[in-house]
Ligand binder design. Structure first.
Ligand code: UDP
Length: 325
């Protein structure tokens, strides 16, 4: 029997990271999680994975861990609030740029050659055409998006200069939870639409504010490409396998290719929960494009991956399950 491949998941206690760890364990990888637990949660940790508490800013610790040797690093540790990145860019520069460079340098110093990097739709900025493919210009409108775009460029240089390969996965809107209920860590102070809808449904918030109803879309509200977190997780497994099979770097959108409006999300959540969602229309949120929908043909071709969750009510049900119990 061949040895298990060793994977270091940085940020493995977070929302997407914990789903990636779950999928890795299910696929027989040996997993080590490195997390500073700033937003990661103890209930997101799996006992079958090793855990190392630490910060990516800690160069010494990063090197110590990396020296254990890994086939692939998956890096999901980042600050991700777009608004905060505009008021506190220093924090985002330190964490998302300097912190990631610590990881990349620890990798190259220790001979760890492969990384799967969490990138984002925010690197594209205002869509110039739809659906967005990977050739779309990279012109981020937030400092958050800039930090991710910048690391993609650093990784590209490292891939030319060193024995180093990367797959940057540009996530669109991640939603949902593991359908088997094994991951239950809810984000504190959520900024995204579906967790906010859940807070309204559970009575934690009085009402939902819908940012803009005068967009050039069929119902006037913004359209986004919502992808289930378990589909994101399986794409990470495919990316790990691809890097282990072929030393080639890629940038890949992870999306469904299907758009859903804010009002459609509200109605789907009402159907799933059987409750009314009080909402009011509020002014547009600055920097929000009317429609973001992405082409996922690169993921289909290179990763031989396709999203399995296609029904929005089914997707929302996996989130609603956490509220019901
Ligand atoms: N949105 C909203 N009310 C909220 C939060 C979000 O109307 O309280 C809208 C937002 O304007 C966008 C969509 O929901 O059109 C998804 O927003 P989110 O912040 O979840 O993700 P984004 O697409 O901005 O990354």
């Amino acid at each position: 029997m061949s040895e298990k491949k060793k994977i270091l998941v940085i940020g493995g206690a977070g929302y997407i990271g914990s789903h990636v760890v779950k999928a890795l364990l299910a696929n027989n990888f040996a997993v080590t999680v490195y997390d500073n637990m700033s937003t990661g949660q103890p209930c997101n940790l799996f006992t079958d994975a090793n855990f190392v508490g630490g910060d990516i800013a800690d160069e010494k610790k990063m090197h110590e861990v990396m020296a254990k040797g890994f086939d692939v690093v998956i890096h999901l540790a980042a600050k991700k609030a777009v608004g905060e990145s505009m008021t506190n860019p220093q924090l985002y520069a330190k964490n998302n740029i300097s912190g990631t460079i610590n990881i990349l340098n620890a990798m190259t110093d220790c001979g760890v050659k492969n990384i799967v990097f969490s990138s984002t739709a925010a690197v594209y900025g205002m869509p110039k055409y739809l659906p967005i493919d990977e050739q779309h210009p990279v012109e981020p409108m937030s400092f958050y998006g800039f930090t991710k775009a910048e690391i993609e460029r650093v990784m590209d240089w490292y891939s030319k200069l060193k024995d180093f390969h990367y797959i940057a996965l540009r996530y669109f809107n991640a939603v949902g939870y593991a359908a088997d209920g094994s991951i239950r860590g809810k984000e504190k102070n959520p900024q995204n639409l579906l967790p906010i809808i859940m807070e309204v449904l559970s009575g934690k918030r009085k009402e939902l504010q819908i940012f803009g109803n005068d967009y050039d879309t069929p119902d006037g509200t913004c359209i986004r490409d919502y992808i289930h977190v378990e589909d994101l997780a399986t794409a990470h497994i495919a990316a790990v396998n691809e890097l282990c099979a072929r030393p080639v770097s890629h940038i890949i959108n992870l999306s469904t290719g299907k758009g859903t409006s804010v009002l459609e999300m509200v109605h789907a959540a009402e159907n799933v929960s059987g409750k009314k969602i009080p909402f009011k229309f509020a002014p547009r949120r600055s920097g929000d494009p009317a429609i973001v929908v992405a082409d996922n043909s690169t993921a289909r071709k290179i990763l031989h991956w396709a999203p399995q969750y296609t029904d929005m009510e089914q997707i929302i049900q996996t989130t609603w399950n956490l509220e019901e119990k």
